[in-house]
Design a protein around this ligand. Structure first.
Ligand code: NAP
Length: 249
């Protein structure tokens, strides 16, 4: 039986570690030609080498998604190299947790730029080609923090609720052109994400909480993304909320 993903083209943002890296590998294993984007070129080069060694095709697109021009450029580089873009996985993100009262607004502005504006800019750049070919799938990575708020996570939740609202409105704008939109809302995943929390007490609290459970792995999210994008054309999985079995909130 033909794999419907074989020969497709995907751009995975935030592919230099964690969920994005696992997703790029999982898609490549299904015959998808993958463009991998992030800021750390050395990580992307190493990942591209793994994909190519396994018989796949990969394009490294170094881009800072806090800059919407660079986000759009990653899309255009993908189209230029592979001739089209079928699947956009908007995964690049940061999680700066700290209490509202003392938060560094510069840091939070940066988080809004990457998690929301970067995702919007990449989507905007991808739509004309997808509409022209009447084929496309946009997968946006939100979080359980896009469904509920917790102390320290006010601005992170603002970005992830933002991704959920954006995704639902986007779906209504594009579904008639056979473009599908999926939002994934993972609970705790074992990645580097928590390493960038500058507020030490908050970082310690979330690390202790995460280590108290069997965390999800990047591969768990990657497998879910592959499941969503490999559905037949008439099936649009709009939203998946997934937690570690041990995670309560
Ligand atoms: N881990 C969790 O518990 C969890 C739960 C729910 C949702 N998520 C979401 O999952 C996504 C991936 O996170 P992860 O857990 O896999 O963490 P991660 O290992 O830290 O990966 C984050 C990725 O985003 C990239 N990134 C960050 N800032 C960027 C920027 N300015 N421009 C381009 N790329 C940037 C990073 O690459 P560079 O540093 O090389 O740029 C990295 O590849 C995020 O959107 C996160 O909010 C994670």
């Amino acid at each position: 039986m033909n794999d419907r993903l074989d020969g497709c083209v995907a751009l995975v943002t935030g592919a230099s570690s964690g969920i994005g890296e696992a997703t790029a590998l999982a898609l490549a294993a299904r015959g998808v030609r993958v463009a991998i984007a992030a800021r750390r070129r050395d990580r992307l080069d190493a990942l591209a080498a793994r994909i190519v060694t396994a018989g796949g095709e990969a394009l490294v697109a170094v881009a800072d998604f806090a800059d919407e021009t660079q986000a759009a450029r990653a899309v255009h580089e993908t189209e230029a190299r592979f001739g089209r873009l079928d699947i956009l996985v908007n995964n690049a993100g940061v999680m700066y947790l700290e209490p509202v009262e003392t938060a560094d607004l510069g840091r939070w502005r940066h988080m809004l730029e990457v998690n929301v504006l970067g995702l919007i800019a990449a989507t905007q750049a991808a739509l004309p080609g997808m509409r022209e070919r009447r084929n496309g799938h946009i997968v946006n990575i939100s979080s359980t923090a896009g469904r509920t708020g917790n102390p320290g996570g006010a601005a992170y939740s603002a970005t992830k609720f933002g991704v959920v609202g954006f995704s639902e409105a986007l779906r209504k704008e594009v579904y008639k052109d056979n473009i599908r939109v999926t939002v994934i809302e993972p609970g705790i995943v074992e990645t580097e994400l928590r390493e960038h929390i500058a507020h030490a007490p908050t970082q310690q609290a979330i690390n202790t909480w995460a280590e108290s459970m069997r965390q999800l792995k990047g591969e768990d999210i990657a497998n879910t993304i592959v499941f969503c994008v490999s559905q037949p054309d008439h099936v649009n999985i709009n939203e998946i909320l997934m937690r570690p079995t041990d995670q309560e909130r």
